[in-house]
Design a binder for this molecule. Structure first.
Ligand SMILES: Nc1ncnc2c1ncn2[C@@H]1O[C@H](COP(=O)(O)OP(=O)(O)OP(=O)(O)O)[C@@H](O)[C@H]1O
Length: 400
């Protein structure tokens, strides 16, 4: 397939997403690109997406390898969902959504989950930042953490698939590193409903992902359910946020819950769609394209200097919904990669050090590692190449 790369429309912790135009049809796609040498997780995501087809999951359009500026890039082409993420939509609407809109998006995310689960996939990272919205509603995106469940045994192949996701949205059994099956997505959906209702932190007062993990896993508590929600909505959340995964309702069961059924009868989707299409902040607006320019900084400094710069960039840990992110990854060889990125485009850096001893010898206080991890909405734990549970253990040991 021939296509032309356009503007950046989003950045995640592992990849950059651009608009792309098909040379033949002129159709606009979203293309997620990474250096070929680091593309194994994206290739895996592509393989999963290519096996799926649902109006509630972002559509697969193909993949290829390009050579640009002497770099080989792996590209995953997807359907372009023009409204950005659900988290961005929440901010556009002033920090929280009204209940009918919450029900509208929840029902579509659930239909996507029902589809994934009945095809044997656990998404493993449901949250507002991984749901894409358009005038037609919501679609589940970012299948980068997804894993297959053995439907016959109704169990995970633990050896093959590490636990992944975003700490604040993780189910208790996931935070404890025990299991990550279909019910884990349902807990994360409950957290996403609360995100839609509050726009704020699910765990106020907990400012770094390690303390969130510890609290979720061992405190016996769930996130606070906003008081202003109706009884039906609270009941729905209660079914999603049961601490025992066996007691959580399934996606197909939740689709029949009175919270969604009643809303569907009242709004029939129309009012919500009209309201959405009036939004002036679609990512396809030219103004947004024009304002989006991201610089790449050089990487000539020594690892020491670059780690120190990252430490300065990271500031205080804050578990908020800002778009800045800093990620620390550890691969199987225990090389540690530290990256910093600013959505405004002013910082872009990445360094690799061999082990924790080297990170220590660079003079970065261990507290700052937590800060580095805690910044932004993607202080997250994902597959092999990303922050491993091993690395989390280091933090837990340090933290406790
Ligand atoms: N199909 C799409 N259509 C429109 N925008 C998209 C699409 N896919 C991704 N984006 C944008 O790109 C951003 C990054 O995408 P995505 O979350 O898939 O990347 P990632 O590197 O896997 O993220 P992370 O690992 O941090 O969760 C999204 O937050 C969204 O703004």
């Amino acid at each position: 397939m021939y296509w032309t790369r356009g503007h950046i429309i989003g950045r995640g912790s592992s990849a950059t997403v651009y608009a792309a135009t098909s040379s033949q049809s002129g159709e606009v796609y979203a293309v997620k690109s990474v250096k070929l040498s680091k593309s194994e997780p994206l290739q895996r995501e592509g393989r999963i997406l290519s096996s799926l087809s649902s109006p509630y999951v972002v559509g697969y359009k193909g993949c290829d390898i390009t050579k640009e500026n002497n770099l080989f890039m792996y590209n995953l082409l997807m359907e372009c969902v023009p409204g950005g993420t659900l988290s961005q939509e929440i901010r556009r609407k002033g920090g929280r959504l009204d209940e009918s809109r919450i029900g509208f998006y929840t029902s579509q995310i659930l239909k996507g989950l029902d589809y994934l689960h009945s095809n044997g996939f656990v998404h493993c990272d449901i949250k507002g930042a991984n749901v894409l919205v358009s005038e037609n509603g919501a679609k589940i995106g970012d299948m980068g953490c997804a894993k297959r469940v053995n439907l016959v045994a109704n169990d995970l192949d633990h050896a093959a698939e590490p636990i992944g996701g975003t700490p604040a949205f993780m189910a208790p059994e996931v935070a404890r590193g025990e299991e990550q099956g279909f019910p884990a997505d349902i807990w994360s959906l409950g957290c996403t409903v609360i995100e839609m209702a509050t726009g704020g932190s699910l765990w106020p007062g907990l400012t770094d992902p390690v303390s969130v993990l510890y609290h979720v896993g061992f405190s016996g508590e769930g996130p606070e359910i906003p008081n202003w929600l109706s009884g039906e909505a609270k009941d729905f959340l209660g079914k999603c946020l049961r601490r025992d995964p066996k007691e959580r309702w399934t996606a197909s069961h939740l689709l029949k819950h009175k919270f969604l059924r009643e809303l569907e009868l009242i709004s029939n989707g129309k009012e919500i769609q009209e309201s959405y299409s009036n939004s002036p902040t679609s990512i396809l607006d030219q103004g947004i394209w024009n304002s989006c320019s991201l610089g790449e900084s050089g990487v000539q400094d020594s690892p020491e200097k670059r780690i120190q710069r990252l430490e300065l960039c990271s500031g205080n840990a804050s578990w908020t919904f800002d778009e800045n992110w800093v990620t620390i990854r550890c691969n199987n060889n225990e090389n540690i990669e530290v990256e910093a990125e600013s959505c405004s485009g002013s910082v872009s850096d990445s360094i690799i050090v061999d082990n924790l001893t080297e990170l220590r010898s660079c003079g970065v206080a261990e507290e700052s590692w937590v800060n580095l991890l805690g910044r932004g909405n993607s202080g997250r734990f994902v597959g092999d190449e990303a922050i491993s549970m091993w690395f989390m253990t280091q933090f837990l040991t340090h933290y406790s």
